[in-house]
Design a protein around this ligand. Structure first.
Ligand code: SAM
Length: 229
């Protein structure tokens, strides 16, 4: 059985501050696993913040997003990007050494996305995945400081996720626009697509519920392939 390195949430955790999004966890961890010059895909790259951080670390990058305006901002900064959905990535099989996917999964069809990531990663490649747990939306729903929009977001995300678990489909339109992730569901997809969970950080920062989930997963290593370029 593969041992997963688990790091609980603490304010002073050295690699990632799991209690905040600030800095995410990618900046300092990716260079531990991929060599400078490796090709890293940022899926859901928005305006290129992570592309910039990755390039500063010496990686080659490519990014995509569904939002055309964000891609224009990336292109104006010289980043190579394209318009695509994470459910259908128009890249060749086994074409990237690593990928980052930071707080986008709640907007997607999670099973299809992980299948695509397993496909485009080279053997032994790494994916850095940041998710919202159910506590993220429970907080919106129940916190005294939430406004009514946040409460409705919390409610629909919880309902949509439960619907997705039962039917394998998201609710239509507005009600289906976001869903939280759970470690057990993610573990099922990882098994299905041959992804190996290498490391995880969890932040149970709202009434003991899981608010943020950070996973590092890798594809199986073939005899000849190596992630170190
Ligand atoms: C919360 S933002 C996160 C952006 C960036 N990764 C970050 O950490 O700052 C979500 C991004 O995901 C993009 N997005 C939404 N659905 C997507 C999909 N199905 N495939 C790819 N990107 C998507 C949005 O356009 C948006 O730029």
């Amino acid at each position: 059985m593969h041992n997963v390195e688990t790091i609980p949430a603490t304010a002073n955790e050295p690699i990632v501050n799991v209690n905040q999004w600030k800095g995410y966890f990618l900046d300092r961890d990716i260079p531990r696993r991929l060599k400078s010059g490796a090709l890293v895909l940022d899926a859901g790259c928005a305006d290129g913040k992570e592309l910039r951080a990755l390039q500063a670390q010496g990686f080659r990058t490519v990014g995509f997003d569904v939002d055309w305006a964000s891609l224009q901002i990336c292109r104006n900064q010289g980043f190579q990007t394209f318009l695509a959905r994470a459910e259908e990535v128009p890249l060749r099989t086994a074409s990237v050494d690593g990928l980052t996917f930071t707080v986008v999964m709640q907007l997607t069809d999670e099973a299809r996305v992980l299948g695509e990531f397993a496909r485009v990663l080279k053997p032994g490649g790494f994916a850095y995945l940041s998710y919202h747990g159910w506590g993220y939306y429970l907080k919106y729903l129940t916190s005294r400081t939430s406004n009514w929009r946040q409460r409705i977001l919390g409610l629909r995300s919880l309902v949509n996720a439960w619907w997705y678990v039962v039917t394998g489909r998201r609710l239509p339109g507005f009600w289906g626009d976001s869903l939280y992730q759970s470690p057990s569901r993610l573990a099922r997809y990882y098994r299905r697509y041959g992804l190996i969970l290498e490391q995880k950080w969890e932040a149970r920062t709202f009434a003991g519920t899981l608010v943020f989930i950070f996973h590092v997963v890798r594809t199986k290593q073939s005899v000849s392939a190596t992630t170190k370029l």
